[in-house]
Design a protein around this ligand. Structure first.
Ligand SMILES: [Zn+2]
Length: 267
């Protein structure tokens, strides 16, 4: 059966000297793996037609009982050239596609996940990478997966914590915040949560668009705290290694301190 779909390149690996296995995320078929035969031959019709982070239109032979399908045609729709020159944006795009590749089951349609990744990569390619954008994307992703962190009331006694108080806890296992009294009772899987960090998390969770999310003001200390909390939450609930996340944040952090140093040197 020949099928047609839009799809984003998540990763690829050599399959033989001249062929490649490529993983894609599509709205209609979820994550699919394809073999592109002879794609590395000098005269291959597939040369330049796909690369990491491209969104393409695919025509492929679907094999019901095989794990990998065969591509017949591939046309790039969005090439997002910034990722070939901007190291920060490339590191964040690598993290997002790695994360999606790890959590998406094969051949299970999830159009909302596709839409999130496609628009997220568009934003990155247009505006560049910041920590705020990554937090927003992660919270959006958790929401789409039905795992959104509960940030309004205590998970145990339901006390309203809208205004935030000192001594709160963040229980990554329970999936939300705890009032000071409940946080004291539960020691394992509870991390301390300061009111300003809760306010930041709420801000990124509420932001409807990436454009809104990146206008939220923050300090580097707050970024570090939020990154730590969300990293533990994601690792626990998605049950996967997040090495690409660590690399992306390290690169953003070092370019941020370079910027600050250059700024100081210039002034
Ligand atoms: Zn409580």
């Amino acid at each position: 059966m020949i099928l047609k779909t839009t799809a984003i390149v998540l990763r690829y690996a050599p399959f033989s000297n001249t062929s490649r296995m490529v993983s894609w995320l599509s709205p209609d078929y979820g994550k699919i793996t394809t073999t592109i035969k002879g794609s590395q031959r000098p005269k291959s019709m597939f040369l330049g037609q796909y690369d990491l982070f491209y969104t393409c239109e695919l025509l492929f032979y679907a094999h019901e009982h095989r794990q990998s399908h065969i591509i017949r045609e591939c046309t790039p729709l969005k090439t997002r050239d910034r990722f070939r020159q901007d190291w920060n944006a490339c590191a964040v795009a690598s993290y997002l596609t790695d994360l999606i590749a790890r959590i998406s089951p094969a051949d299970a349609p999830h159009p909302e996940l596709f839409e999130l990744l496609d628009s997220g990569l568009d934003f990155l390619a247009e505006s560049g990478a910041t920590e705020s954008f990554v937090f927003w994307f992660e919270l959006r992703l958790l929401d789409r997966l039905g795992l959104t962190p509960r940030l309004q009331n205590c998970m145990d006694c339901a006390r309203d914590l809208t205004a935030g108080v000192q001594g709160m806890g963040f229980s990554y296992a329970r999936g939300g915040i705890l009032c000071p009294a409940c946080a004291r009772e539960k020691h394992s899987s509870v991390l301390p949560l300061a009111p300003d960090i809760l306010a930041m998390l709420r801000g990124w969770q509420r932001a409807r668009t990436a454009q809104n999310a990146v206008t939220i003001q923050h300090t580097s200390r707050q970024v570090q705290k939020v990154s730590g909390l969300l990293g533990i939450f994601l690792g626990y609930h998605l049950d996967t290694a997040l090495n690409s996340r660590t690399i992306a944040f390290d690169i953003l952090k070092s370019s941020g301190s370079n910027l600050a140093r250059n700024h100081r040197a210039a002034s």
